[in-house]
Design a protein around this ligand. Structure first.
Ligand code: ADP
Ligand code: ZN
Ligand code: ZN
Length: 811
């Protein structure tokens, strides 16, 4: 029996916390425990059991939540590696690895103390307390809360706040003044199974209205519903209990249901012969998997070369060997066809973790995997933490995709974590892409990864011909700014007449991206960000694409009152309207974040195109991602080179990748495809190499630039961002850190900054940043660690300092 246990808690502190283990409790390393922390209850993961009595007095564990570890030794090790590599608190890392938040019910309540009663009484006599620095509104809210509590016993936080509109901060202050006492009875519960209510046949006898509502709802749903759904009817609990007592309904626990997309599976999944390149690639993956030791492989196959078929075949052999595999896909990369194929191939043995799952569904899938019911896992970023045992193979599809990088703490890159997880598990990792990241291709060239190439499309289908349209010249020749060039219009018309399909990419959503006043020259900016707001015509509002803030469409300039406000530029919504005007007969669909709420909308649009119900699909980069629709013979690129103007060293790489991906959507069937690429940068090498389908050419040119500028893959890079909603504070902190960087001797490390971040204000925060680069990752890591320690000393809050190791965006 150990006396103490160390617990990693999800708080922004780089330490673990020691608690005493009361008699009879048996926490396990890797299991969760419930502990008191400050004024709250929190669940954390046990990292160590020991006998070392700490200096300070320890509190007791409240409860052991898991009798068995939820994170096994390899996942614990992986979590610690992430914490170290990305300089993230280990408790936050573990929380990210365990999607079990739905199992934790928060239950915080308050009651009034004697001091509180007295304060209320005095306030009643004098009107207000004179010493207070608070605004009158805050004081009123405080007394409303006291008044409310005085008439009740312990009250739940939600009820108190909704009844009195008192803020969390004020409640905290009142606790400190000892006016109210806070109690936290948060509890964990098991969500592994869904509790369902089933209607039994013999519904007779008298029912009251509430009971009737319940039985009717059940009958309408076919007799069975999850208990949560019934609870959302907000009927008294006793109604259900009575029905149970009278034997009219039955409550049962069922293993979580597995819902698959409603797609027809392809009957003949592998009715083709793998070509020789595919065979060779599959053979070497299988050999490496058989060797049960770590191997990294980069599968570089052009668009339409049959990479997915290789993934599926490799995963099938892993399953046949009784082992496990994980396939990572980008944000919406999981296309309907692939989902259907997966289900057909692996049946109940596959768990799909897509972004549209609720917390509860995610927890359910997690338990299916942990129990060993599902040994094939397919999912986005966080699926890299799936608790499979005997991991044999991890595949990262579209490994260059920026959505693999988590843009909040912990800022891990799922591709790099996948490589590390495979290493720790003696497994094989396969990174797949038509346009590998510079980092991965560089590693393959240096023989850290085996390079597998698929240089041709399946059945020797040709890559589409790409025609570049210089939009500056188009402007000169037509005398006005064009959205759709004459050439593109002509090509679209031709395809539509031949009943072929067209896709048009414009990587910007909304109607007009800029509202400009002709009188004073100012634009309409978001009130929280230094970003122009976008006009959305259908929803009749202005929207900030960075923070989500919306505002009414202005009739006059908000700066000078002039009526001469102009809506400039074109987004996908306006493009759709323009195309409607040009081709009134065509059936046009649009795919962007305004039309796609969840995965189902995405599936529906792609299905409609696949089934021939649409002639033309307009969209943002969403339409460029890995789907395989055979009827598309023309791809128009109307705007995809905006990024080339951004101050980000990855702008060229990203543009090259997007252009290659979207071009890859053309000509995937029997008829060869064509791409019309409109650009304002016709001479830029990213555009040129994409048009020539020349990955190696681009890669070599870009590498020279990276080497010369000491950018990745030639150096490790971190972006250090200082933020505050007070302008002078952000400035002062970045000044303090700037001096420190200057004074600290650090050989072999380059520090750029402090400088205003390219987006100088975001979500109400003013932002300054440093870019830190070094050929040695150890040195970089050590310097950043020292910087964090110094910042803590200077009382710069950890939450206001973002350390982004291997940053993907420098904006
Ligand atoms: P990629 O992911 O490389 O772009 P996919 O894996 O989507 O390519 O393959 C493109 C299409 O070709 C899919 O419909 C797939 O079923 C089919 N396919 C794959 N391999 C072959 C093959 N050897 N012969 C014929 N068709 C194939
Ligand atoms: Zn104005
Ligand atoms: Zn904003």
């Amino acid at each position: 029996m150990f006396e103490f246990c160390d617990v990693a808690l999800p708080v922004p502190l780089d330490i673990v916390f020691t608690y005493a283990v009361p008699d009879g409790m048996q926490p396990v390393v890797g299991g969760r425990v419930l502990v008191p922390f400050r004024q709250q209850r929190m669940s954390g993961v046990v990292t160590e059991l020991h006998e070392r009595k700490p200096e300070v007095r320890t509190k007791n564990l409240i409860r052991v939540l898991d009798p068995e570890p939820v994170l096994d030794q390899p996942l614990l090790r992986l979590g610690k590696w992430i914490a170290d590599y990305y300089l993230a608190p280990v408790g936050e890392v573990f929380r990210t690895m365990l999607p079990l938040g739905a199992e934790f019910k928060r239950a915080i309540s308050y009651r009034i103390t004697e001091e509180g009663q007295l304060a209320l009484h005095l306030a009643g006599m004098s009107g207000s307390s004179a010493r207070s620095q608070k605004t009158p509104e805050d004081q009123l809210a405080e007394f409303r809360a006291l008044d409310y509590l005085a008439e009740r016993d312990t009250t739940r936080e939600e009820s108190l706040r909704s009844a009195t509109r008192v803020s969390k901060a004020l409640l905290g202050g009142m606790v400190r003044k000892k006016w109210i006492a806070r109690e936290d009875l948060s509890e964990a519960q098991n969500a592994a199974r869904t509790v369902k209510v089933a209607l039994l046949k013999n519904v007779d006898g008298k029912l009251n209205a509430n009971q009737r509502t319940l039985t009717d709802t059940l009958a309408a749903a076919g007799g069975k519903l999850p208990v949560d759904t019934l609870q959302s009817l907000e009927l008294p609990r006793t109604s259900l209990a009575t029905l149970v007592k009278r034997g009219m309904v039955e409550i049962s626990e069922e293993a979580a249901e597995f819902t698959m997309s409603q797609l027809k599976a392809r009957p003949n999944l592998f009715d083709f012969q793998f070509n020789s390149a595919q065979q060779a690639a599959l053979k070497s993956i299988r050999e490496q998997v058989g060797a049960t030791k770590f191997a990294g492989m980069l599968l570089h196959g052009i668009t339409g070369s049959g990479k997915t078929a290789i993934y599926l075949a490799a995963m099938r052999s892993v399953l046949e060997a009784g082992r496990s595999a994980i396939l990572l896909v980008p944000e919406i990369g999981l296309t309907p066809a692939v989902a259907a194929d997966l289900h057909q191939l692996f049946g109940e043995e596959v768990a799909i973790l897509h972004s549209a799952l609720s917390d509860k569904e995610r927890a359910e899938q997690w338990h299916r995997i942990k129990r060993g019911d599902a040994r094939i896992v397919v999912g986005t970023r966080s699926a890299v933490f799936a608790p499979v045992s005997d991991l044999a193979l991890v595949i990262v599809d579209e490994e260059q995709d920026p959505s693999y990088k988590q843009e909040e703490m912990p800022r891990y890159h799922a591709r790099d974590v996948a490589v590390m997880r495979a290493k720790m598990a003696d497994a094989v990792v396969v990174l797949g892409s038509a346009t590998p990241s510079l980092e991965s291709y560089f590693n393959a060239k240096k023989h850290k990864y085996t390079l597998l190439e698929l240089p041709d499309r399946v059945e020797k289908r040709p890559l589409p011909e790409v025609e570049i349209i210089d939009m500056r010249q188009e402007f000169q020749e037509t005398g006005s700014e064009q959205v759709i060039s004459r050439k593109l219009a002509e090509e679209i018309k031709e395809r539509l007449e031949k009943k072929e399909q067209v896709m048009v990419l414009l990587n910007r959503r909304g109607y007009s991206p800029v509202v400009l006043c002709r009188a004073c020259g100012k634009t309409l900016e978001c009130k929280n960000c230094a970003i122009a707001m976008t006009h959305h015509k259908r929803s009749r509002r202005m929207e900030c694409h960075y923070c989500g803030y919306t505002a009414p469409v202005p009739k006059a300039c908000i700066h000078c009152g002039s009526e001469y406000v102009y809506f400039l530029g074109t987004g996908s919504e306006k493009l759709e309207e323009l195309l409607h005007g040009m081709f009134p007969q065509a059936r046009i669909g649009r795919l962007d974040r305004d039309t796609v709420r969840g995965r189902e909308d995405f599936e529906r649009a792609l299905n409609a195109l696949d089934e021939g119900e649409l002639d033309l699909l307009v969209g943002t980069q969403m339409i460029a991602k890995g789907h395989d629709i055979h009827g598309v013979t023309l791809v128009g690129v109307v705007g995809a080179d905006m990024a080339l103007g951004f101050p980000d060293f990855r702008a060229a790489e990203r543009t090259f990748q997007l252009l290659t991906q979207v071009a890859g959507r053309a000509g995937r069937g029997q008829t060869p495809g064509k791409v019309v690429l409109q650009t304002y940068f016709p001479g830029h090498y990213a555009v040129q190499y994409a048009a020539q389908h020349d990955f190696t050419g681009f890669y070599e040119k870009e590498l020279r630039f990276r080497s010369w500028m000491h950018y990745p893959p030639y150096s490790a890079l971190a972006n250090v961002l200082v933020r505050s909603n007070k302008m002078d504070e952000a400035l002062r902190w970045s000044g303090i850190l700037g001096k420190w960087f200057e004074q600290t001797r650090h050989e072999g490390i380059r520090v750029l900054g402090p400088a205003a971040a390219p987006i100088v204000r975001l979500k109400q925060d003013y932002r300054h940043h440093f870019v830190v680069k070094s050929a040695s990752r150890e040195k970089l890591n050590a310097l950043l660690r020292a910087m964090l320690a110094f910042a803590a000393q200077q009382k710069i809050p950890r939450t206001q300092l973002i350390v982004d190791v291997d940053a993907v965006w420098l904006m």
